[in-house]
Design a protein around this ligand. Structure first.
Ligand code: PLP
Length: 411
């Protein structure tokens, strides 16, 4: 039987959208077709013209309101245009829009200090980047420099970014440009729903062991994983797997990298970081998306000892740590705390999961309901026993959404 959690209280929402007199959707669509690179447009063949965002809602040119169920691809954790974040950026923009990390500015120092305070153990040295991809590229490079080994292990079905190294670490065919893995080996994904070994953590860790034994010299640079795979379809990890995998990787001299780009920043509700749900402390943590509430910002956090590797070679990033972005980041941390958004993700996420499970009891097409906090997924299948993906039904639903994919819902 499904237990029903207490219905969470929803704050009042009485926003009146701003008047819009800009170009129409048709005009912008014409420009998009002619001047913008067409990647992924087939999923959004007839997209909305989004003219305003306010908290969890988006507005189109006619003032129609939509629930942004994807939160700008797991990015707008405080809500669209949260006033505190807007104010922090505005104040900073009036004073100083750009300065590199080579000079002092208080936004970067304040944010690095506040971020370090959110980390466990000795993780306290921060490197700023502009995206999750860059953060993972840097983390992989640091692991290689620190260990002197080139071999990286990542999990099948993972997504870590779209540059040379991270595309190798990513293990989904749609996101790969070529089969060049740049020293990356993929271990069997410890997916309790579709994984080869069900929920047997020992068998999955045995695979990590075999990858090290048969695919490397026995020494590795590192292991990178998401606490819950995001792009891969909100795929949870078999409980007990991560501590054992970390142990095996460390025995082979490797560093453990937690990719918190999508799961981090209170999204999982029960904890601030996804890795905390597995009871591990990584050596390097990468983050982006929710860190700046939609402002382009990423970061790598590591220990002072590992951070020393970047004194051995030059590492520099023109925009990394830009004061506008770090001012936004600091405001985000404050809003998360002030408004208890982690607790909110836990309460509302538990309620939502509970209700989705109740739907699963009624509808055969729901094969699996998974995830935690606001990192939740529902997998549709045509046959529960064989877990056959419900491809046609999903395509039909996408047509019904008139080419807007399935992440924004009209209210
Ligand atoms: N890592 C994870 C887990 C992600 O979900 C993503 C993006 O979706 C990335 C890395 C890459 O981040 P970005 O798109 O900011 O480069």
């Amino acid at each position: 039987a499904v237990e029903t959690a207490t219905v969470p209280r929803m704050p009042a929402f009485d926003h009146v959208p701003l008047p819009y007199d800009g170009p129409s959707a048709a005009e912008i669509a014409r420009k998009r077709a002619e001047f913008l690179s067409p990647s992924l447009f087939h999923f959004y063949s007839n997209p909305l013209n989004i003219v305003e965002g306010k908290m969890q809602y988006l507005y189109d040119e006619h003032g129609r309101r939509y629930l942004d169920a994807f939160a700008g691809i797991a990015t707008v954790g405080c809500g669209h245009c949260h006033p505190d974040v807007v104010d922090a950026i505005t104040v900073q923009a009036r004073r100083l829009q750009h300065s590199t990390v080579l000079y002092l500015n208080h936004a970067i120092g304040d944010f690095a200090e506040a971020l370090a305070a959110k980390m466990p153990g000795d993780l306290k040295v921060v490197f700023f980047t502009n995206s999750g991809t860059e953060a993972n590229e840097l983390a992989i490079m640091m692991a290689r420099l620190y260990t002197g080994s080139h071999d990286i292990i990542s999990l099948r079905n993972s997504y870590h970014g779209n540059a040379a190294g991270t595309m190798g670490a990513t293990a989904q065919k749609n996101w790969k440009f070529s089969v060049v893995q740049s020293g990356v080996h993929h271990a069997v994904n410890p997916d309790p729903y579709r994984g080869a070994f069900g929920s047997d953590a020992d068998k999955y860790v045995r695979d990590v062991h075999e990858v090290i034994e048969f695919g490397t010299t026995g020494q590795v640079a590192g292991f990178i994983s998401e606490a819950i795979q995001g792009v891969g379809g909100i795929v949870e990890m078999t409980p007990g797997y991560l501590p054992l995998a970390y142990e095996r990787v460390r025995k082979a001299g490797g560093l453990c990298i937690a990719d918190e780009v999508q799961v981090g920043f209170a999204r999982v509700g029960s904890h601030f970081w996804g890795f905390e749900t597995h009871g591990v402390v990584p050596d390097i943590v990468t983050m982006a998306k929710g860190i700046g509430n939609g402002i382009p910002l990423g970061a790598v956090v590591t220990t002072p000892e590992i951070a020393q590797v970047l004194t051995r070679r030059c590492y520099f990033n023109t925009f990394g740590g830009n004061p506008l972005c770090t001012a936004a980041g600091l405001a985000v941390l404050r809003v998360l705390e002030k408004e208890g958004l982690q607790e909110n993700a836990h309460a509302v996420g538990s309620y939502l999961k509970d209700r989705l499970r109740a739907l699963q009891d009624k509808h055969e097409i729901i094969g699996d309901v998974r995830g935690t906090g606001f990192m939740l997924g529902v997998e549709l299948v045509t046959d529960r026993q064989h877990k056959t993906p419900a491809k046609d039904e999903i395509c039909h639903a996408m047509e019904h959404m008139k080419g807007n994919f399935l992440d924004v819902f009209e209210l």
